[in-house]
Design a protein around this ligand. Structure first.
Ligand SMILES: CC(C)(COP(=O)(O)OP(=O)(O)OC[C@H]1O[C@@H](n2cnc3c(N)ncnc32)[C@H](O)[C@@H]1OP(=O)(O)O)[C@@H](O)C(=O)NCCC(=O)NCCS
Length: 146
């Protein structure tokens, strides 16, 4: 059992990207490559936040911030730490720090766990992109925080 008092969220730095990539790769079949993560990390619109347990990175959330709009581009929790409430730390952190922004995201329609998480934080479906995802082909649900 982990000690929740030792969990915190902090802005990621470039040395976190390899761990972030490994977490994403273990979770998502068509995860971004390490090059894509590095490019995105260096994009002026991107922000990355790491979920830390002691000195270990056990999850992350990444966003694009464009004017008054935030788009969640990724959220992922290390397999060993799933299902114990840790994604709430990342969502709370994001919502508290970007409370004056419109917050949007896209999610595979089959990703019921993520959809449940987003609904819990008052995201609602506002649209769809047909066959937006590949391998397998699937609709993207566009969600907005209300
Ligand atoms: C989605 C993800 C970030 C959730 O992280 P997590 O730390 O395991 O989730 P938590 O334990 O914090 O649970 C938060 C909420 O998610 C939902 N959830 C979590 N596990 C679930 C499960 N097995 N079944 C259904 N809903 C679930 C619930 O709404 C839960 O809230 P509740 O416990 O109050 O019911 C994690 O499953 C993950 O990394 N998935 C792979 C990457 C991914 O798909 N990211 C989303 C891309 S759009």
């Amino acid at each position: 059992m982990i000690d929740f008092k030792k969990i915190h969220v902090k802005k990621s730095n470039s040395s976190h990207i390899n761990s972030i990539y490994l977490i994403s790769k273990s979770n998502i079949k068509n995860s971004w490559s390490i090059e894509s993560f590095n490019d995105d990390f260096n994009n002026i619109f991107s922000e990355y936040f790491s979920l830390m347990y002691e000195n270990k990175i056990i999850g992350f959330i990444s966003i694009w911030v464009i004017i008054d709009e935030v788009t969640i581009t990724n959220i992922s929790i290390h397999n060993e730490y799933k299902g114990i409430g840790l994604s709430n730390y990342l969502m709370d952190y994001l919502i508290n720090n970007y409370d004056n922004y419109t917050i949007l995201l896209e999610v595979r329609e089959s990703n019921k766990i993520a959809i449940n998480l987003y609904k819990k934080f008052k995201f609602k479906e506002i649209g769809r992109r047909n066959n937006y995802y590949k391998f397998p082909s699937e609709d993207a649900i566009i969600m907005k925080k209300f």
